[in-house]
Design a protein around this ligand. Structure first.
Ligand code: PLP
Length: 366
């Protein structure tokens, strides 16, 4: 084998073509910037570009990422109003409208669409309508929703939409992207605190890449990751985005139905309407440690995409990450079978329930 990374070159035109594919995936005609780092890079870049001393942000906290955003916003000197809801539910447009009415000075709203870590998802269309009426910029973390559920950036009026490739897209973790609306560019350009001559600078990308006609890359392309992202976008186009979304919805419905039939664990997010299609979180009963259960499940089947919840959720929450290639009947079946074995029950009724739930959403469980 050659000791060199033997890959075709990745040109500025290739880079621009991948950005255009991402724009199509996000249903946006806004500028899309592909950022060469994991999704935390464009999330931090978006916040630091838009927030400044004297601005007021409504930070909606429905899981751990909202807490991270609050820290960055405060670090930028913004006044931050946190709207937090329990992690096993969704925030409502009514709650957002109330918070905006109580704080008319809010000019920036940060929201996570789906939360892979806690398994909930938020009604972005309704929330975005409220934010649009108020006039604030809306930043959406769509890392865990893109390709798992509808994401209509322009139709909803999302100003900064951030995605990563490694969840439902089934692609690389080392590149990510953000779409930037004309409204957002106006505000960012007018922000004296927005990063310049920095890896976190969206304005640098705008000036040196987007507005310059996308002919000369400002940095060496992350060739391996960009090839992987391009290949993953090609695959989504070939499968059809609606089919990819249906696979994730079917996996979520099937795992939830199967687990309810098994009876020992319960969906952490009780309301199906608030459940993220990207991953299903499960509450373990008292006395059943989730980290020990995850280890036992992986011992039974090392291919299972299961893990214990993060931080304070480690003891009581099991995560089933049925995204990308794992949004499949095989993963659902294997997970329920192992769960039945580990908890000393029979899988038959759970597999039947999962099949019915899958086929109510997706094509065939076969
Ligand atoms: C996974 C995830 C991220 C983090 O993405 P990285 O690429 O690991 O930085 C951010 N937000 C949400 C909602 C996620 O699920």
């Amino acid at each position: 084998m050659s000791p060199y990374l033997d890959l075709p070159p990745f040109s500025a035109a290739d880079f621009a073509a991948v950005e255009d594919q991402v724009a199509a995936l996000l249903h946006t005609t806004a500028d899309v910037i592909v950022t060469q780092g994991e999704a935390l890079l464009p999330l931090e870049a978006a916040i630091r570009s838009a927030a400044h001393p004297g601005s007021t942000a409504l930070n909606i906290v429905t899981g751990p990422y909202g807490q991270t955003f609050g820290g960055w916003l405060r670090d930028c000197g913004a006044n931050v109003v946190d709207l937090a809801v329990p992690f096993d539910t969704a925030v409502t447009a009514g709650q957002v409208a109330e918070a905006l009415a109580a704080h008319p000075e809010v000019d920036f709203v940060s929201l996570v669409h789906a939360e892979a870590a806690t398994g909930n998802t938020n009604p972005v269309a309704e929330i975005a309508a409220v934010v649009r009426a108020h006039g604030a910029l809306l930043m959406l973390d769509a890392v865990a929703s893109v390709a798992a559920e509808p994401l209509l950036t322009d139709a909803w009026g999302v100003d900064l939409c951030v995605i990563g490739g490694q969840k439902a897209m089934g692609g690389p973790a080392g590149v990510s992207a953000v779409s930037v609306s004309a409204r957002a560019w106006e505000r960012i350009t007018a922000n004296p605190a927005a990063p310049r001559r920095s890896y976190l600078s969206l304005l640098d990308w705008k000036e040196r890449w987007t507005d310059a006609g996308r002919t000369v890359l400002p940095h060496a392309p992350a060739q391996l990751e960009m090839l992987a992202l391009g290949a993953c976008l090609d695959r989504i186009e070939a499968d059809g985005l609606p089919a990819v979304i249906a696979r994730h919805g079917a996996a979520s419905a099937a795992v939830r139905a199967g687990v309810r039939a098994l009876g020992t664990l319960a969906p952490f997010v009780p309301d199906d309407a608030h459940a993220a299609p990207v991953a299903t979180t499960l509450r373990t009963p008292a006395g059943l440690d989730a980290a020990a259960l995850a280890a036992e499940l992986r011992r039974l089947d090392p291919t299972l995409p299961v893990q214990a919840g993060g931080g304070a959720l480690a003891a009581g929450m099991l995560r089933v990450n049925h995204y990308g290639p794992a949004a499949s009947p095989g993963t659902v079946r294997a997970t329920l079978t192992a769960l039945a074995t580990a908890t000393g029950t029979d899988a038959t009724s759970a597999l039947k329930a999962a099949e019915a739930a899958w086929e109510a959403v997706g094509p065939s469980f076969g």
